[in-house]
Design a protein around this ligand. Sequence first.
Ligand code: NAP
Length: 324
Amino acid sequence: MKPLVVAYKPLPDDVAAELREHVELVQVDGAVALTEALAHADGAIGASLKITPAMLEGAPRLKVWSTISVGYDNFDVPDLTRRGIVLAHTPDVLTESTADTVFSLVLASARRVVELAEWVKAGHWQRSIGPDLYGTDVHGKTIGIVGLGRIGAAVARRAALGFRMRVLYTNRHPHAEAEAQYGAQHVTLDALLAQADFVCLQVPLLPDTHHMIGAAELAKMKRNAILINAARGPVVDEAALIDALRNGTIRGAGLDVFEREPLPADSPLLAMKNVVALPHIGSATQETRHAMARCAADNLVRALAGTLRENVVNPEVLASAQTA
Ligand code: NAP
């Protein structure tokens, strides 16, 4: 009998068809339907839903969870590990598209692309623009990458080789390749905040990165600096960011992620001209979302077969399965 797998996000037709060659696939929508379906499931595949330990209480057969994302902050990883559930994710396939999104936020924020495009569409372009609508340059400036991993390195490459920018970064460990290839300099967070014209956040959301950027950090940034967040909303204290943008503590922000998503319609951020807000589209291209679904489906099938070795968030589960 084929293992039963619950999909809680629609999969591309070809990926679903390939998956059905190996598993019996049940498609559900929403947390309640997912929790019910988990009662008989061996695996789950999907994204963008908080998965709590309570949802797994009635799931005695569950062995594999395959998230269609690189970030895994929607999961209580130690709880999954205790239950012997393998958590697989999709690194690498989304790196370049997400770095493109980061750079679109850098350019759009600096050159006021969204604000001025709306201005043109509203019929305000009657004569050539004056200094009040000028932007600020990107090329030749200093970019500070907080969390230079896969995506951060792809941002550093764009910045150094494409825009001749100076690259600073913070990490717990130095990134030798970025230093050698892009001249990136490993500095403290304080030094990065004090020097960067663009502060780009690309750390995972973890207990120690929650509100990593708050009022104190924003105050350390240059007054004409721009904050870019395409990591996770709670890495930034959003109330403090709103204050900093209102008070002119920093120049602007380019945001793909927010503390509450979708961003509430009454968020002050929506009324700010110096904010570019995107609906969490880091990896959202047709090609990359398809590649992510395929990667997640492949992870799932191989984890169920006991052959998955890479893309595993909690490899301890594999090790204990081998010794059991
Ligand atoms: P990654 O390769 O693991 O890179 C994360 C980097 O952050 C690592 O280099 C790590 O370096 C650093 N880091 C981790 N914990 C840190 C800490 N406590 N303090 C400082 N630095 C820390 O991950 P990635 O593939 O680049 O993805 C990064 C994140 O981007 C994901 O976790 C996800 O949340 C987000 N993301 C968002 C979107 C979107 O749609 N907006 C799309 C894809 C990914 P050290 O270990 O040396 O500290």
